[in-house]
Design a protein around this ligand. Structure first.
Ligand code: HEC
Length: 134
């Protein structure tokens, strides 16, 4: 936790106009968060565990609308979902009180730009918006 806060402070010193750089910094912080909070279930390469934990590779959730994806992280998910012909129904824990807005933006930016995914970065403003609307 102390480590991630320190990284956020470093990130905040990068000028806003260097967008590409911002995205890279966010994904780098997100990788650490992923390793701490997500890897045990979704695995280092995002391939998940068949029938237990779904993959994060090019799924409609990962690549789809950002607000839906953010909500899964904030509130968790507990419904039967189907990904590539496999069904998953174990609960996904809620991270709304574990991770702050910046950490959620960072980990989702990491996931959306790794494991073969090429989707846009998730801005912290979007996480704030979704959290406020909930
Ligand atoms: C305890 C195991 C566990 C942990 C830890 C966990 N997840 Fe999940 N995740 C699941 C399960 C199980 C589901 C499916 C939930 C369902 O079927 O309702 C899921 C679903 C998802 C989905 C939507 C389905 C998909 O595969 O696209 C996303 C996105 C996701 N998790 C991201 C994350 C991220 C990012 C983290 C870390 C912050 C994380 N998860 C941590 C178990 C976990």
């Amino acid at each position: 936790m102390i480590l991630s806060s320190a990284l956020i402070v470093i990130g905040a010193t990068i000028p806003d106009h260097i967008n590409q750089n911002d995205t890279q910094q966010s994904a780098t912080r997100g990788k650490k968060i992923y390793e701490e909070y997500c890897l045990s279930c979704h695995q280092a390469d995002g391939s998940g565990v068949p029938r237990l934990n779904p993959p994060l590779k090019k799924t409609s959730y990962v690549l789809g609308p950002q607000d839906k994806l953010i909500k899964i992280l904030l509130n968790g998910l507990e419904e039967e979902i189907e990904i590539n012909g496999e069904y998953y129904s174990n609960p996904m824990p809620a991270f709304g009180s574990v991770l702050n807005d910046q950490q959620i933006a960072d980990v989702l930016t990491y996931v959306r730009s790794n494991f073969g995914n090429k989707a846009s970065a998730v801005p912290v403003s979007k996480v704030k918006e979704v959290r406020a609307a909930k």
